[in-house]
Design a protein around this ligand. Structure first.
Ligand SMILES: *Cc1c(COP(=O)(O)O)cnc(C)c1O
Length: 392
């Protein structure tokens, strides 16, 4: 073999005795085949086999397997973001003439996808009140093929009666997809409640370190996984093994992170109940939060994101007070190790009359800093809001 060939050739290297607790990062565009016949028959390997790097390497499969086990599912598909997970489910299930039901409090890009992409392709959507349980049956006509749920709902944190919705949806031939990002499969397992698609924005708690985008879709049948993978293949969609490695590593501490963050978040939420500047504190583990009884019935614990609705008149000094915070950064993509706060003006996102408050909501994501530092920072914020209150 000449030098130029040696430059691209891998001599045999023994890995005997090398056993690591870490998952190897297997990168590949091309997968090579042992024979021309194996190449000709590569489609027979199916969605679980290795045929092309975009559709999975052993690193991708390692993460899929971990998530499948946690979700109590049969297969999991990985996609480049949480929003991609939502889009792939909708594109897999819905055909022209079909309708998807979306809760009014869903992550706003869900409705964005329905309005800006699906509608012009002949796929309709209808919004529903997230407080609806079995009575959602009246909205499920023959055109409804998918009911989307998100519990708790984005920012306003309502818990949905998912088992009741699943029962009536299935009775009428519709599938159910659930955005489980707040709970993660540690605190709620949608598939065990009959949901057909459990999607996670891995970007948030599961990745957990604010440095990777990914989404997952867990399902209960091999056939549904094949349908998802068909959609992804047509869209040329896959994830990087390097990103999977980051998620595999970040996920090892998910349990201790979430337990700590949930406890600190709930303590902070409780301490803000009754504060002059707080109209309402919205965390499903608080008895005053809508859906608390359902949370107690169905969920396995509290997560670390909650919302404070400011009382009218207390927004006057908000911008300066947020900018002055020492521990909390201002940002949207919650669930990491750094605490975040985001002022949300959501009235434009809501179409139904069930949420009509126009004051600012503060969405708070608890990180891993010392809880005492976080408490002081939040106390200072609320003291500033009181001091700058505008008299109306
Ligand atoms: C952030 C988020 C998403 C989207 O995740 P990306 O990875 O940022 O696309 C979806 N659903 C919920 C509830 C989210 O909070």
């Amino acid at each position: 073999m000449r030098d130029l060939s040696k430059c691209v050739n891998n001599p045999a290297v023994s890995s005997e005795g090398f056993v690591s607790l870490s998952t190897a990062t297997h990168r590949a565009s091309t997968i090579v085949f042992p024979s021309a016949q194996a190449y000709a028959e590569r489609k027979k390997r199916g969605p679980d086999g290795f045929t092309y790097g975009l559709h999975g390497t052993p690193t991708t499969r390692a993460l899929e397997a971990r998530l499948t086990a946690l979700e109590a599912g049969v297969r999991t598909a990985l996609v480049p973001s949480g929003q991609a997970a939502i889009a792939v489910v909708l594109l897999t299930v819905l055909r022209p003439g079909d309708t998807v039901l979306i809760p009014d409090n869903a992550y706003p890009p869900v409705r964005g996808f329905a309005v800006n992409y699906l509608e012009s392709r002949g796929i309709g959507y209808r919004l529903y009140d997230p407080a609806q349980g079995a009575d959602i049956a009246s909205l499920i006509d023959d055109s409804v093929k998918l009911v989307w749920v998100e519990s708790p709902g984005s920012t306003t944190m309502e818990i949905q009666d998912i088992p009741a919705i699943v029962a009536v949806a299935h009775a009428r031939g519709a599938l159910v997809g659930c955005d489980n990002t707040w709970a993660t499969p540690l605190l709620f397992k949608p598939l065990t409640h009959g949901v057909d698609f459990s999607i996670e924005a891995i970007t948030k708690y599961i990745g957990g370190h604010s440095d990777v985008f990914m989404g997952s879709i867990a399902v209960s049948t091999v056939e549904m996984h094949r349908r998802l993978k068909d959609t992804m293949r047509m869209l040329g969609m896959g994830v990087s093994p390097d990103d999977c490695f980051l998620v595999l590593r970040g996920m090892e501490t998910l349990g201790v992170r979430l337990q700590h963050q949930g406890r600190v978040a709930l303590e902070m939420a409780q301490s803000l109940v009754g504060h002059a500047a707080a109209e309402r504190v919205l965390h499903p583990a608080l008895p005053s939060c809508p859906g608390h009884a359902l949370w107690k019935r169905d969920f396995l614990g509290a997560s670390g994101v909650f919302t404070v609705q400011l009382r009218s008149g207390f927004e006057a000094g908000l911008s300066d007070a947020l900018t002055a915070m020492k521990m909390f950064s201002i940002g949207a993509s919650w669930g990491g190790t750094h605490s975040l706060i985001a002022p949300m003006e959501i009235s434009g996102d809501r179409q139904l009359s069930t949420w009509n408050a126009s004051t600012i909501l503060l969405r708070i994501s608890i990180g891993l800093e010392d809880p005492e530092d976080l408490r002081e920072d939040v106390q200072t914020l609320f003291a500033r809001l009181e001091a700058t209150r505008s008299i109306d």
